[in-house]
Design a protein around this ligand. Structure first.
Ligand code: NDP
Ligand code: OXD
Length: 312
């Protein structure tokens, strides 16, 4: 039996779609009449503290989120395998966001918009894409997809991950020892890391100061579409004000929703979106997790398991 436990999304709609896809396998929601001991799978998003109570026969937890940092902090998370969402549609949506913001900053949108507002005709030529280096932090599912879609646009690409990567056309840097060299050649820094103790607060003043200067007029740029816990917002506000950074695109925040009194809202060269870079789509989510369940029922191993030690 599959139990759905989703907060902040339309759980009824997901339940209906799962019931159709898995029929005749039983699908239930909180409040339905079922014995918790019969639950083999629980599909979660922002589970409440009592979400796992009584689930003594649980075989796997299925996470609607690609990122599992919050789920791993759940005080009563059972010691069963945890499957996260990995999906082409999700990757495409994230890459749409990344490509849009990279190209916007590469073409110095902030500068030309200011010129327009001032009725100022000021010819200034942005560097070519190949003269601009995009550095992707986190070269997993989403980082690799973003690189694949940025490459045909001509950008020079580099990546930073825990282990070295061999991706055509992308210079790989890895580990703590490779971080400064990675930053020193990066003009546009894209963050697609998971949030772990090692990556918390990585977008800070020290990091910003190590980015390359001189390629993009106004200064290097950061794009954070991963987690708000990666960024120090006081440092970002200061860096955007004093020219350490030329601009920032932020989809995620230390506190969400971003409080109305946050200074970030009013900073001209800060581009805010409300954690919408990539949303998990119902149709592809149901397809993906139904297949996971069907395969597992047929004795196949679970795919895309989270390594709890690593934290992602
Ligand atoms: P993956 O697990 O596939 O990739 C993670 C990458 O980060 C890997 O390359 C990994 O290195 C690297 N990494 C992890 N820890 C470190 C470290 N300490 N130092 C250097 N590199 C590190 O994750 P995804 O690509 O699927 O997703 C990334 C994140 O994006 C999610 O965790 C989630 O937080 C966020 N996200 C945000 C969304 C939004 O709408 N804003 C939507 C979906 C996801 P290695 O390859 O060596 O293991
Ligand atoms: C995710 C997210 O992790 O939506 O999937 O942020």
């Amino acid at each position: 039996m599959l139990l759905l436990h989703l907060s902040d999304v339309n759980e009824a709609s997901w339940a209906e779609a799962f019931s159709k896809a898995l029929h005749p396998y039983p699908v239930v929601r909180r409040g339905d009449d079922f014995d918790p001991a019969d639950i083999r799978y629980i599909f979660v998003w922002k589970p409440k503290p009592d979400a796992f109570d009584g689930l003594t026969g649980l075989e796997a937890i299925l996470s609607l989120g690609a990122g599992v940092d919050a789920l791993l902090k759940h005080p009563k998370l059972p010691e069963v395998p945890l499957v996260r969402f990995v999906d082409e549609d999700l990757s495409q949506r994230m890459s749409d966001y990344v490509v849009a913001h990279v190209t916007m900053h590469h073409r110095l949108y902030t500068r030309f918009r200011a010129d327009q507002r001032a009725h100022r005709w000021s010819q200034f030529y942005p560097p070519s894409a190949s003269e601009s280096t995009v550095g992707i932090m986190g070269m997993g599912v989403l980082g690799q997809d973003a690189a694949r879609r940025l490459k045909p646009l001509g950008f020079t690409l580099r990546s930073w991950s825990r282990s070295p990567k061999e991706v055509d056309g992308v210079e790989s840097f890895s580990g703590a020892s490779g971080f400064d060299a990675f930053l020193s050649g990066t003009d546009i820094l894209v963050n697609l890391l998971p949030l772990t103790p090692d990556t918390t607060g990585i977008l800070n003043t020290e990091t910003f100061k190590k980015l390359r200067r001189g390629t993009l007029e106004g200064g290097p740029v950061i794009i954070n579409a991963a987690r708000g816990g990666h960024q120090r917002e006081d440092d970002i506000a200061k860096a955007l004000g004093d020219g350490t950074l030329g601009a920032a695109s932020l989809d995620v925040f230390e506190v969400e929703p971003l409080p109305a009194e946050s200074p970030l809202w009013d900073i001209e060269n800060c581009y805010i979106t409300p954690h919408i870079a990539a949303i998990s789509n119902e149709a592809s989510g149901v397809r993906y997790f139904s297949q996971i369940i069907a395969d597992h029922r047929a004795g196949k191993p679970l795919a895309n398991l989270v390594d709890r030690q690593r934290g992602y």
